[in-house]
Write a protein that binds this ligand. Structure first.
Ligand SMILES: [Zn+2]
Length: 566
């Protein structure tokens, strides 16, 4: 790897990298600090291997670990103790298989807040370095934390190894209201990015807490004869998954069913300390002390509304979740896992992991709680769409993942569009209003008076976020990505023979294609080209381009473009 830091007279300090182990070997950029924070602005990033441009765009640039991944993960067994408010300690047993000859040292991601005590390979202690300063590597660019494990001998292709990591540290924090914030959610166990594997997780945690993890709960939580006594629960993945995690809190549980799938919500009695306090402007006319012929004395006072109680609204969220699972199962095939847990998480971020959704406290608010926050009508609809959005990630993001950062927009756009389709099914006017809002956001201007859409095409992925467009990735992948899917869907529907146009939504060519895409890619990663190929297979004849079943024009003009649909 080569890293050159260059001091330019005009541009200031910037970096140029060449890294032969990754797919886009050459890149250049610069760290820039503005009012809203520091951003690494990536100016360019590309591959120099001798693949034709067409082949490259078909195959995609590959995952960040490069074209040949040295290790294949077979399964994980993790035994963890979680001691609120902060501590996690764990033993992770990982079976891997070498995919190539010769590697002597392999990088794993693991939170910098976890201290590695030992690493063993086939029962023998091996050398490791935690958080090495590999400045400029693809991983440090993504801001993740690393452990380098040094094997006793170079790996041989096909060789199986049993690794054991022992570590502990403070990765949780207490948020108030019976909630914990699980930091390092994706790096609490050693992993290498988006590899899928089977997970068998066992947790010990004190009485009074409820812990929910990815996978199927093997048996009701029991008690271990530890001193002090601890609860024990075990969670086993239904199928290989790319992310395993857990959430815990002082939860109340509600449940609903979508067919045979159990949807359980876990919500606390309260919200985190930092949750915005709702207020109500009320005009209170005090009772007159004596009859008055003039205007009665009126005072306007601010009444602090009662604190929201997510637990009280948990059943509604479970029912909403069940409706979303039913709706998406009709479009994209059966729900991929045996159960779905929707768990409250402090903060305004939500994430949909395989069978486990981390759902912001905001999503557990009852309508009257939301009204105290003075959200606009559309914002209320958008915030209600979050539950469905995260559930749609069970299909798009979890079951079918994305190949490289250039394809990540696909799963955001698919999840977002899916949540709006559910809305459209019962409130088409609101669907139209939200699509219009996304469009307005794209032509809104940033501080430099440039339209947000000028941040770049969806295929730049997280590079869209930079010092000039601090929300670039979110605005473009959600907003423009959703529009791209809507254009494809309506174009395919409207070019169908008239007789076919009144069919139910699942029979539209766009959704037939997505169902095929799911079947073809479940448990694997897709590229933008893969989506287009699936759509081309269902493309109505009158939408063919120059006699070809091809969406190349859409790829070049729209996916790699920045214009806003009219
Ligand atoms: Zn999402």
């Amino acid at each position: 790897m080569l890293h050159a830091r260059i001091q330019g007279n005009k541009l200031g300090n910037f970096d140029i990298y060449y890294d032969s182990t990754i797919n886009e070997q050459v890149w250049a950029g610069q760290l820039k600090t503005v009012d809203s924070g520091s951003y690494y602005n990536v100016w360019t990033s590309f591959s120099v291997t001798k693949r034709s441009a067409r082949k490259q765009s078909e195959e995609g640039p590959g995952d960040e670990f490069g074209p040949t991944n040295v290790l294949n993960f077979l399964d994980y067994k993790i035994q963890a103790s979680v001691i609120p408010p902060r501590q996690l300690s764990a033993e992770a047993f990982v079976n891997v298989q070498a995919q190539a000859d010769g590697a002597r040292a392999v990088l794993f991601e693991l939170s910098r807040f976890l201290r590695v005590k030992s690493v063993k390979c086939d029962g023998r202690s091996v050398a490791f370095i935690h958080n090495p300063a590999l400045e400029g590597s693809q991983l440090s660019r993504r801001g993740n934390d690393l452990v380098l494990v040094v094997f006793p001998a170079p790996l041989k292709m096909g060789e199986r190894l049993a690794l054991q990591f022992s570590y502990e540290g403070d990765v949780l924090s207490e948020a108030g209201g019976g909630l914990l914030y699980v930091g390092a959610r994706g790096t609490w166990y050693p992993n290498r990015g988006s590899e899928t594997a089977h997970f068998d997780l066992e947790f010990r945690y004190p009485p009074g807490w409820t812990l929910v993890a990815t996978g199927k709960q093997a048996a009701p939580a029991g008690t271990a004869s530890d001193d002090p006594p601890m609860q024990v629960s075990r969670w086993i993945s239904d199928r290989p998954i790319s992310l395993a995690g857990f959430n815990l809190g002082k939860y109340f549980r509600s449940e609903a069913h979508a067919g045979k799938t159990l949807i359980a919500t876990y919500a606390a009695a309260g919200v985190e300390r930092t949750f915005p306090k709702g207020t109500e402007q009320s005009s209170l006319a005090p009772p007159p002390l004596r009859p008055s012929f003039g205007r009665s004395r009126e005072t306007s006072v601010t009444v602090v509304s009662p604190p929201p109680s997510p637990a009280r609204n948990a059943q509604t969220v479970a029912d909403e979740g069940a409706r979303a699972v039913e709706f998406f199962s009709k479009l994209y095939g059966p729900y991929p896992y045996s159960q779905l847990s929707l768990t409250q998480m402090p903060g305004d971020l939500s994430q949909g992991w395989p069978s486990l959704v981390f759902l912001s406290s905001f999503s557990f608010l009852a309508p009257e709680d939301k009204s105290h926050l003075h959200l606009s009508d559309l914002d209320t609809s958008l915030s209600s769409a979050v539950v469905a959005h995260e559930i749609a990630h069970q299909w798009w993001g979890d079951l079918v993942s994305w190949r490289s950062y250039r394809d990540q927009w696909l799963v955001e756009a698919l999840a977002n569009y899916s949540s709006l389709l559910l809305l459209e099914s019962h409130d088409p006017a609101r669907f139209t209003a939200i699509m219009q809002r996304f469009r307005d956001n794209l032509v809104a201007r940033n501080k430099q008076e440039r339209e947000i859409v000028q941040a770049g095409p969806v295929s730049l992925g997280v590079r869209l976020t930079n010092s000039e467009f601090p929300d670039g990735y979110e605005m473009i992948s959600y907003g423009r990505g959703t529009w791209l899917l809507h254009m494809l869907r309506t174009m395919m529907r409207d070019t169908e023979p008239a007789a076919a146009r009144s069919q139910p939504i699942s029979q539209e060519p766009f959704f037939r294609a997505l169902l095929n895409l799911r079947k073809q890619f479940e448990g694997r990663a897709m590229t933008t080209r893969d989506l287009l190929k699936a759509l081309e297979a269902e493309l109505p004849h009158s939408a063919w381009h120059n006699g070809q079943r091809s969406l190349d024009w859409f790829y070049e003009g729209w996916i790699n473009g920045v214009s806003v649909p009219k």
